[in-house]
Design a protein around this ligand. Sequence first.
Ligand code: ADP
Ligand code: TMP
Ligand code: MG
Ligand code: ZN
Length: 204
Amino acid sequence: MLHRTLPGFIEVICGSMFSGKTEELLRRVKRAQIARQKVQVFKPVIDNRYSVDHVQSHDANRVASKPVEKARDILRFVDDNTRVVGIDEAQFFDEAVVEVAQKLAYRGARVIVAGLDLDFRGQPFGPMPKLLAVAEDVTKLQAVCVVCGNPASRTQKIAGPTGPDAGRIVVGAKDLYEARCRFCHEPDISSQAGGSGQSQDCPT
Ligand code: ADP
Ligand code: TMP
Ligand code: MG
Ligand code: ZN
C-alpha cells in the first residue's frame, strides 16, 4: 500500500491552452523530486504532440511520463512506494480517472492532475468538472489573449472543423489553437467568413 500513514489529497491545475498547466505540473513534480519523494507521471497515450514518453510544455520543459490507454491503467503502474502521482491532459481520460485519483488519494498519495477545463466550444471538458469537485486544491490559470492581450480563459480553434458536428478531440498546438479571453472567443468559426476577430464587444 502507498504510505498509509500520510494523508493523501488531490490537486487540480486547469485553464485554457497555453495557460501554463504543464509548466506548473512540472514545477510541482520537480520540487517533490528535490524532496526525494518518489514521483510517477502519466498521460493519455493520445497526447503524442511533442513526445510519446514525456510530458512536455509549449516551452519544451519536460519530464519522463508513462503513456496509458485508460485511466484504470494508472492503478496498475503506480508503485507501492510512490508518494506523488502526476496526471497531465486529464480531459482526454474516461470518467474512471476520477475514481483512480480518489483511490490514490485514499491510499495516501498526493495526486496532481492537470487538464483543460473547457473545450474549444467553451464547454466543460470530459471528467474535469468532477475532478475539480473532488479536489482539495484547485489552481485555475489564464494565458494571454492573442487578440486583445487580456487574460485568456478560453481556447480558440483556428483551423479545421468547428461546427456542431466537429469532433471534440483534435490533438495539436499553435497550428490549431490559440488562447483568447471570453470576449474574443468565438465557439464556432465555421459559419463565418474570414474566421477570426472579436465575437463580442471586448470591454477594454
Ligand atoms: P498548457 O499546458 O497550459 O497548454 P504550457 O505549460 O505547455 O501550457 O505552456 C505555457 C507556455 O506557453 C508559456 O510559458 C508561454 O511561454 C507559452 N505561450 C505561448 N502562447 C501563449 C499565450 N497566448 N499566453 C501565455 N503563454 C503562452
Ligand atoms: P494543452 O492544454 O497542454 O496545451 O493541451 C491541450 C490538448 O487538447 C491539445 O492536444 C489540443 C487538445 N484539444 C482538444 O482536443 N479539443 C479542444 O477542444 C481543445 C481546446 C484542445
Ligand atoms: Mg499542457
Ligand atoms: Zn481578448
